[in-house]
Design a protein around this ligand. Sequence first.
Ligand SMILES: NC(=O)c1ccc[n+]([C@@H]2O[C@H](COP(=O)([O-])OP(=O)(O)OC[C@H]3O[C@@H](n4cnc5c(N)ncnc54)[C@H](OP(=O)(O)O)[C@@H]3O)[C@@H](O)[C@H]2O)c1
Length: 272
Amino acid sequence: MAAGKKRTALVTGATDGVGRVVAKNLGKQGWRVLVHGRDRGRGEALVREIEQAGGTANFLAADLSSLAEVGQLAEAVKKTTDHLELLINNAGIGTTGNAPGRQISKDGHELRFAVNYLAGFQLTSLLMPMLKASKPSRIVNVSSAGQEAINFDDVMLTKHYSGSTAYRQSKLAQILFTVDLADQLKGSGVIANALHPSTYMNTTMVRQSGVTPMSTVETGAEAILQLAVSPKLEGKSGLYFNVMNEARADAQAYDAKARKQLRELSLKLTRL
Ligand SMILES: NC(=O)c1ccc[n+]([C@@H]2O[C@H](COP(=O)([O-])OP(=O)(O)OC[C@H]3O[C@@H](n4cnc5c(N)ncnc54)[C@H](OP(=O)(O)O)[C@@H]3O)[C@@H](O)[C@H]2O)c1
């Protein structure tokens, strides 16, 4: 990176919840922040807020329930910057969302699998050349302690759907992907880690599920920022953190066969 250029971070789902706090904080720390969201009004308001605090930011719109829009987001990132040191895959839908029952993405995939996991898989893959060229760089996958093994016979949950299963398998898929990434990225200067940011933060997805919030977005943001910027994480990859501490994820994350199955399915679904 040329001297004087700001390090650049893309934060998905930065228009609400913990992503919004992370984006503002990175702006204050001197990063150029690419604020991703689907709502232009709220995205541009956040850009102004970051700028008013002395930071630099740009808004990039995309609905992550569409593979085409994820592709367009990657293209927009490449048009906006020629280097990317940090990618935070944070956007997500909770167990309940704003509609009951099984929902599908624009491409016909189960919606939580599509938005919470597959979009991040596709976006990361499309931005990988830039992340590698910008080394040392980092990928943070915002997962959850809510994890359920993926049933490869019914990944799209056509037979036994529940919002909780859909959410939990999509969150575990992110961790399988993280462990896989760490293997693929050995020696590349790019590290990838995943985390449970905090339990029942006071955010839209938690309020929608009817649960009484138990923690703050500031707690979750601190945990995400540790993986994103702390020198303690230098050279560490493929790890799962429960808030601030390294922890063990569901056993399926450490099953190489399951990771291969998920990787092959994801490549097929995203046509990468
Ligand atoms: N809250 C918790 O206690 C908790 C616990 C564990 C893990 N997490 C994880 O933390 C992350 C952030 O969640 P949060 O609690 O901050 O929730 P939130 O306030 O509901 O924010 C979710 C973000 O994702 C975006 N998003 C949702 N669907 C999208 C789509 N189709 N396309 C593009 N963006 C989309 C939302 O956009 P809009 O602004 O347009 O709605 C919003 O910016 C999630 O990955 C979640 O699973 C949260």
